[in-house]
Structures are given as C-alpha cells and as structure tokens.
Ligand binder design. Structure first.
Ligand code: ADP
Ligand code: NI
Length: 216
C-alpha cells in the first residue's frame, strides 16, 4: 500500500475540516479510520480503499453544503486525482462516499462492496455509545434543538428533508435513528462493538428519563 497517499489524505482532510462542527471534525474521521482498521482485521477487504473511504467519507457533508450531496464525492475525486491514485481505487472510494449515509432510513443503496460495508459500520459505531451521545447533543446544540420535549413524540416516517428541517428534540434522535443502528451493522466485528455501545446508550436513556421525572 502507498503509505504516502494515506499520509497525504490525512493532511488534506485535516485542512478541509479546520473549524468544522465538533461531530464532523477531523477527530470524527480519525475515529472512523480507527474503527475501520479494526473491522478490517477480521475481513477480507482492500485495506487501502477502506482507509481512504474512512478518511474522506465526510470531507464535505451535504448538511453543511445546502443539502448538496455531490460536493463530497467531487472533492474526494479531485483530491485523489491530484495524487495520481489508481482510477479503480478512485472510483471505489467515491462510490463509498456516495453510498455511506443512512439518510433517515429511506435511502436506497445503489452500490455494494465489502469495503463500503466496513466504512459504513465504522461510521455508524461513531454515532452510538458515549461518543454517539456527545455528538448527538453537540449537533442538537448547533441546530438549537431542545434536549427533550415530552410533548413531541419520535417520528420514524419523516423524509430526509422533513427530518433535516424538523425541530425534533435531540433525545428523539436516539429513537429515530441511533437505537436502530445496531441491527443494521454489516460485519461481525461491527455487530459485536455496536451491541456494547447500544447497551450503554440504553442505560443513558433510562437514567435520563429517571432524572427528567425527578426520580433519585
Ligand atoms: P455521518 O457521520 O454518517 O455523516 P450524520 O451526518 O447522519 O452521520 O450525523 C452526524 C452526527 O450528527 C451523528 O452523530 C448523528 O447522530 C448526529 N445527528 C444527525 N442528525 C441529528 C439530529 N437530528 N439530532 C441530533 N443529532 C443528530
Ligand atoms: Ni461520518
């Protein structure tokens, strides 16, 4: 594998994400990269594609580009071309970026590969557990959402746009998305780590409701 390509990608992603919102900053990419390498140890996959996909998967998230989902893949392609990466590698990494998102659950995958499965699991692991909780409240704060509102029920049938524009309190995000992730993991390692992180989120939610209700 071309280690200098990985190192150049690290530098590129760090510079692109300078000042990014804390849930989507360089450290998110670094954690996803770590998760992806861990998962890859037990899978028969192309490690270089997995690492590049993990590092570049959120390089220009559509949430921060007026919903434009073509920016991230385009930025990644231009970068990899500037590095003279192998065209097959470029196409595969770009396909991973185009297909990774959960998008409220109503997004049809148009491409599949073991490498996509791994990067998607690695990204999902960073959305659950203690880090997942921190990221959700950080994002909710960024969007000026309530922590919780007992009058607003979780809604599992919103379209992607409705979801983005909704004023749904952050706690609802756990029921609308985060608690669903453990059953959507692709790989055995992903499933194992997700089960433990899910359990921790469940404990957090039980404690949150107990405290909300003035118990203990
Ligand atoms: P990804 O990292 O795959 O791009 P998303 O962009 O869907 O994931 O979300 C990034 C982070 O922001 C995740 O931790 C997610 O839980 C959080 N997030 C997204 N939408 C909401 C929301 N409506 N309320 C709270 N957190 C959210
Ligand atoms: Ni991500």
């Amino acid at each position: 594998m071309d280690q200098s390509l990985i190192q150049n990608t690290v530098h590129f992603v760090k510079s692109k994400l300078e000042g990014a919102e804390a849930g989507h900053d360089w450290f998110h990419m670094e954690r996803v990269w770590k998760n992806a390498r861990l998962i890859c140890e037990s899978e028969n996959a192309n490690l270089e594609i997995v690492e590049l996909g993990a590092l570049l998967h959120d390089v220009a998230d559509s949430k921060f580009h007026d919903g434009d989902e073509t920016v991230g893949p385009k930025v990644a392609r231009e970068f990899l071309e500037s590095q003279n990466a192998n065209p097959e590698t470029i196409n595969h990494v770009v396909a991973i970026i185009e297909n990774i998102s959960f998008k409220g659950g109503n997004f049809q995958k148009t491409f599949s590969s073991k490498e996509l499965d791994i990067v998607q699991d690695a990204d999902r692991l960073d959305a659950i557990g203690a880090i997942g909780i921190a990221r959700a409240f950080n994002y909710g704060g960024f969007k000026n959402r309530a922590l919780f509102d007992p009058a607003i029920e979780p809604n599992l049938s919103m379209t992607k746009d409705e979801y983005k524009n909704s004023k749904s309190p952050t706690l609802n995000h756990f029921y609308e998305k985060l608690l669903l992730l453990k059953d959507r993991m692709n790989t055995e390692t992903g499933k194992r780590v997700a089960a433990q992180r899910h359990e921790f989120m469940q404990q957090f939610l039980d404690q949150f409701h107990a405290e909300w209700n003035g118990e203990k």
